[in-house]
Design a protein around this ligand. Structure first.
Ligand code: PPS
Length: 571
């Protein structure tokens, strides 16, 4: 075991008086508005969570960390903590200059003296740090598509902690945890890192870890940034709180860590170990596929299931924290208990049960049973609240088609049918209504049409997020814009594109509003289908023909589609 040292760890904050003064002076500095990920990084830099780092990495440290997992002076550090900015911003900075680091509301959290400015080789960074330059890896995707092109490095002076309004009492700096462990006389502490709700397997694993290492237990979930698609941290923390009662109070505690994970598997495990060491822990649990990013673009795992344990073991001495490694935990029905897969000697004679993450999500979204051997009723209840079955989730029906194709009429009929069924609020965002209320200043250029559709998409995504039904009925002539709206909405619920496939000839023949006549006479410019393009949807969820089919039938086709997708179900 490595000796525990609970003396205060160095922080980058200055005294209250200096911070007040510095804050005033910093108001005149060039400001960088931090991204959510940078705010997480800065918090851990300032509070000592990333000790021994004293700021965002310099170029020499960056090169050395990327290539050798070490700072330029040889200290073990596996993750490049860099301040990425736009090229334009970087060009406006002189070396030696101080910049103010602001949160998204403009509050100055710290300052940085810029000692380095460079353009990184991102493909190389991806290969070395994440093992592949493959954008299926969330951090590689971030690196190429979200992070700025230039990096700035230099020491940071901390002015104030980022503000958190949620679960304030559950957040601790490394020094606060060290002080807590000192006060309770906890000489051995095993930390459990997690980005998922705790189920019975996790509980068993943490119990065993604490028992094996004869240590107290710190449940240390990440609430900064985790893998896209994870259960949000609000729900998770409510789940953790529910499970905490099932642990012995005198030897277990929970604290939230505002870390931005990178899902870098082996390197991430080493990084997590260093961070826990900084938080005063003596042991650290590394399970199967620690911080795994999932499959690569060829459908294969990025890392082997125990690569993280191997790399950790190799560097354990330097990390200064002992690994408690676990194999995959599974439920053995005959013995009604969880056991590590590799310790089951009678594998062929017993029934091994396991529910994967994907299977759990399927059961939640279809409202199916989640057995008690798998999780705790309180946790399942919380998860069901956030992930109700599909028939109770919000969704968007997005009609697209020419002017006069029948979109609004079908959309209205659909709205009435859905209101008759009840259960979820229904909002109709019809093209004309939106143009009157949301987009009255817009015309029909490509730019204005895109803006109009993005606004509709934004409102629909908010409705979908909050469990309502949004019915949109604009022309939406551009496929790329429709795709962008789909992506926005699918984060929160289903997106059903319905192409109202009335031909332009039929629309013109009907000419309900007399607009086609005016368009032909050139009195209305940029008229869709006449003098402006329309990208026919290639693969909509539904295509309805309106010629010789009445409105009621068209709306009913949509209802049937919704039913087949599980969005409407019997009570
Ligand atoms: S878009 O392209 O999706 O932003 O268009 P949208 O907001 O649905 O607005 C379409 C309605 O505006 C009327 N209108 C025009 N349509 C197409 N091209 C031009 N130049 C044009 N000028 C006015 C038309 O009545 C459309 O109504 P709908 O409900 O589609 O018939």
């Amino acid at each position: 075991m490595y000796p525990q040292n609970l003396a205060p760890i160095p922080e980058l904050y200055v005294s209250y008086e200096s911070a007040t003064k510095l804050k005033q002076e910093a108001a005149d500095l060039i400001s960088h508005d931090l991204t959510p990920r940078q705010i997480c990084d800065l918090e851990l830099l300032m509070n000592g969570g990333f000790n021994p780092l004293k700021g965002f990495l310099s170029e020499a440290d960056y090169i050395s960390v990327v290539d050798n997992m070490r700072l330029a002076d040889g200290t073990l550090w596996p993750m490049p903590i860099t301040l990425d900015v736009s090229e334009t911003f970087a060009e406006g900075i002189e070396i030696g200059q101080d910049i103010a680091l602001r949160d998204q509301e403009g509050v100055i959290l710290g300052t940085m003296t810029v000692t380095d400015r460079w353009t990184p080789d991102k493909a190389h960074e991806a290969e070395k740090v994440f093992g592949a330059n493959d954008q299926a890896h969330p951090a590689v995707n971030y690196l190429h598509n979200v992070a700025g092109k230039a990096y700035l490095g230099g020491p940071v002076t901390g002015i104030q902690q980022p503000v958190h309004y949620d679960f304030r009492g559950r957040r601790d700096t490394p020094n606060e945890l060290r002080a807590y462990f000192r006060k309770l006389g906890w000489r051995k502490v095993v930390a459990f890192q997690t980005r998922n709700p705790l189920h019975r397997a996790h509980q068993e694993l943490t119990f065993r870890a604490a028992k094996e290492s004869q240590a107290n237990l710190l449940i240390h979930p990440v609430v900064g940034m985790t893998k896209p698609g994870d259960v949000d941290h609000f729900t998770r923390v409510r789940c953790y709180e529910a499970v905490l009662d099932k642990y012995p109070q005198s030897t277990t505690t929970m604290s939230l860590l505002n870390l931005a994970m990178r899902m870098a598997g082996p390197r991430e495990a080493v990084w997590h170990g260093l961070i826990r060491k900084n938080h005063g822990c003596t042991h650290f649990i590394v399970g199967r596929d620690h911080a795994g990013p999932g499959k690569n673009s060829k459908g294969e795992d990025f890392y082997g299931p125990y690569d993280a344990q191997d790399l950790f073991r190799e560097h354990q001495e330097e990390i200064g924290i002992e690994m408690v490694d676990f194999k995959h935990m599974v439920f053995v029905q005959e013995r009604a208990q969880y056991e590590p897969m590799d310790e089951i000697a009678d594998k062929d004679d017993v029934t091994i049960l396991n529910i994967s993450g994907t299977e759990l999500r399927r059961r939640l979204s279809e409202g199916l049973d989640i057995p008690e051997w798998f999780s705790f009723p309180e946790v399942v209840a919380e998860l069901r609240k956030t992930r109700p079955p599909r028939s109770q989730q919000g969704f968007t029906v997005f009609f697209t088609g020419f002017s006069g194709s029948g979109k609004s009429t079908i959309a209205n009929a659909l709205m009435v049918k859905l209101m008759e069924m009840g259960g979820r609020p229904v909002t109709l965002l019809d093209g004309d209504i939106v143009r009157k209320n949301l987009s009255s200043e817009l015309g029909f250029s490509k730019e204005h049409r895109d803006l109009n559709i993005r606004r509709i998409g934004y409102v629909a995504s908010e409705i979908t997020k909050n469990g309502g039904i949004a019915i949109c009925a604009p022309i939406a002539p551009y496929a790329t814009t429709r795709r962008a709206v789909r992506e926005d909405i699918e984060q929160f619920g289903a997106f059903i594109e319905v192409h109202v496939a009335t031909s332009i000839e039929e629309c013109e023949r009907r000419d309900r509003k007399g607009l086609y006549k005016l368009a032909r006479e050139g009195k209305i410019k940029e008229f869709t289908g006449i003098s402006d393009p329309y990208d026919v949807p290639e693969d909509p969820e539904l295509r309805v023909e309106t010629e010789n089919v009445d409105v009621d039938n068209c709306a009913h086709q949509v209802i049937l589609k919704l039913e087949s997708l599980g969005l409407i179900a019997a009570d």
